[in-house]
Design a protein around this ligand. Structure first.
Ligand code: AP5
Length: 222
């Protein structure tokens, strides 16, 4: 458990393992897991106005506009002021989002403590994403080859039928990778300049990635 709020960013391209590792970090440090992708998918599933608007961008591999995502994040952080910190999975993705996060954390007398970048070669990303299967009910994530569920197509945790995300088709994934390189990868330099970027090889097995992430965090969060 952390003695003061801990705010950790997980950065990396689509399929780098941000969601997989964010869940582990959240459990280990007892911080809130914030996945803007999961939040947007929830809105799509509910059929809300935000979900209907976001769906079009998501299904073609584009970023949802900053203003929409920013509103969602602001509401969440304001409602969870008492949290011991957060691990941000998929946020920020643009410089405008980065500025908003900084402002929101400053209001809470907090700041980003560390930005963890998962480095995975492109050839592996496509295989990971196209083989991913997700549980629409509890959010558990599997891979048909490397992390299959005990019963094919069924979530180990809650028994729900697994699905392939609409944006996990190869053509959309290629677009997501392009968008990542254009809008999100430049943020790495910003965190490097602040001295809080830690790069970790994300192309090893998930247990090893987690071990290396913890090592890269050093005394942060202890
Ligand atoms: P989002 O859901 O955030 O997607 P993403 O960033 O593209 O990342 P992924 O969820 O695809 O991958 P991941 O890195 O989490 O990997 P995972 O752990 O699942 O966003 C989706 C869309 O929502 C965006 O395109 C955009 O439209 C919109 N959006 C979201 N946030 C936004 C924002 N802030 N602003 C604007 N728009 C936003 O792992 C992938 C697979 O690999 C799994 O099958 C897993 O089992 C497997 N795997 C994981 N780790 C390993 C390992 N070490 N070895 C082998 N396999 C592994």
């Amino acid at each position: 458990m952390v003695s003061r709020a801990l705010d950790v960013l997980l950065l990396g391209p689509p399929g780098a393992g941000k969601g997989t590792q964010a869940k582990r970090i959240a459990a280990a440090f007892e911080v809130l897991h914030i996945s803007t992708g999961d939040m947007l998918r929830d809105e799509v599933a509910k059929g809300s106005g935000l979900g209907q608007e976001a769906k079009e961008y998501m299904n073609r591999g584009d970023l949802v506009p900053d203003a929409l995502v920013g509103k969602m994040l602001t509401k969440l952080l304001h409602s969870r002021r008492g949290a011991l910190g957060c691990v941000y999975d998929g946020y920020p993705r643009t410089t405008a989002q980065e500025a908003l996060l900084e402002d929101l954390l400053a209001e809470l007398n907090r700041r980003v403590d560390v930005a963890l970048y998962l480095d995975v070669p492109d050839r592996e990303l496509l295989a990971r994403i196209t083989g991913r299967r997700s549980c629409p009910s509890c959010g558990a994530v599997y891979h048909v080859a490397t992390q299959p569920p005990r019963t094919e197509g069924v979530c180990d945790a809650c028994g729900t039928t697994l699905v392939q995300r609409d944006d996990d088709k190869a053509a959309v994934v290629r677009e997501r990778l392009k968008v990542y390189r254009k809008h999100t990868a430049p943020l790495l330099k910003l965190y490097e300049d602040r001295g809080i970027l830690r790069e970790v090889d994300g192309a090893v097995n998930p247990d090893e990635v987690f071990k290396r992430l913890r090592e890269a965090m050093g005394s942060i969060g202890k």
